[in-house]
Design a protein around this ligand. Structure first.
Ligand code: BGC
Length: 268
């Protein structure tokens, strides 16, 4: 398997894209730390699916107690929590090879109504948390003399594409784009690669309102050349590639996973 012997942390993996990534990395042989903020039940689901990927799984009354997964509650918007999350992950599995910065939120509002609280919530989780999680991960790689660290940020097509009423969200994703480019240069000498995956419209809880409103969903589908929403697995397969040795010469890049949405411009 592609990730045998590796240990990965996937932030925000109690649902949606993060859950899909955590389970897929486990299927590829990695041990995986699951992280949640407000949905411990979702994290439990992810964890059970991870444990069930183990050939060594001892299912007793539906419970699997192998050590392929571990779950930690932490708010990515709080730097103390972020540092504890990385430390505890390393303590549990003894090391950390792959960091998937997935946790993210978005808030819909007209620009003139955005509150400081909502602005900070978005920027802290989507950018500040990623910055400091990455910093702790890099310190660990340095102190252990490790090479081949992998950092994968789940960004968005909105690191490029405007998304009216979501200006803080777009700014946070644009910040991730520049962080990745910058760190590809600074971390190259340490043998660490850093890349972004930029999903388009994926069917997950973050866009529940859109999914439940045909007047919004239908025009969106018309904008997607491949004619469907993405699934978490569509993103997870690219993350697996970036986490594996197959991607060893790629750093500072963004891989867009959007069914063609980003560059779809047509004159009527
Ligand atoms: C957002 C979704 C949106 C999609 C396509 C994602 O980054 O989280 O709400 O539907 O981009 O615009």
């Amino acid at each position: 398997m592609k990730l045998d012997g590796k240990v990965a942390l996937v932030t925000g993996s109690s649902g949606g894209i993060g859950q899909g990534i955590a389970i897929r990395l486990a299927k590829e042989g990695a041990k995986v730390v699951v992280n949640y903020r407000s949905n411990p039940q979702g994290a439990e689901e992810t964890l059970n699916a991870i444990k069930a990927t183990g050939g060594d799984c001892m299912m007793a009354e539906g419970f699997c107690d192998n050590d392929r997964g571990y779950s930690i509650g932490a708010d990515l918007g709080m730097v103390d929590d972020v540092r504890k999350l990385i430390d505890e992950s390393i303590k549990h599995f003894g090391t950390l090879d792959i960091l998937v910065n997935n946790a993210g939120i978005e808030k819909h509002a007209d620009f003139w109504d955005v509150t400081e609280k909502d602005f900070e919530a978005v920027m802290n989780i989507n950018f500040k948390g990623v910055f400091f999680a990455t910093q702790s991960f890099v310190k660990h790689q340095i102190s252990e003399g490790k090479r081949n660290g992998r950092i994968i940020n789940i960004s968005s097509v909105h690191e490029e594409l405007p998304f009216p009423h979501f200006t803080a969200y777009c700014a946070s994703k644009g910040a991730l784009k520049m962080m990745t480019r910058n760190l590809s240069v600074e971390l190259g000498a340490l043998g660490i690669t850093i890349n972004n995956v930029a999903p388009g419209a994926i069917e997950t809880p973050i866009n529940k309102a859109l999914l439940n409103d045909p007047s919004k969903l239908e025009p969106l589908l018309k904008n997607i050349p491949l004619g469907r929403l993405g699934q978490p697995e569509d993103v997870a397969s690219v993350v697996t590639f970036l986490a594996s040795d197959e991607s060893r010469y790629i750093t500072g890049s963004t891989i867009v996973v959007d069914g063609g949405l980003l560059w779809n411009y047509q004159e009527q």
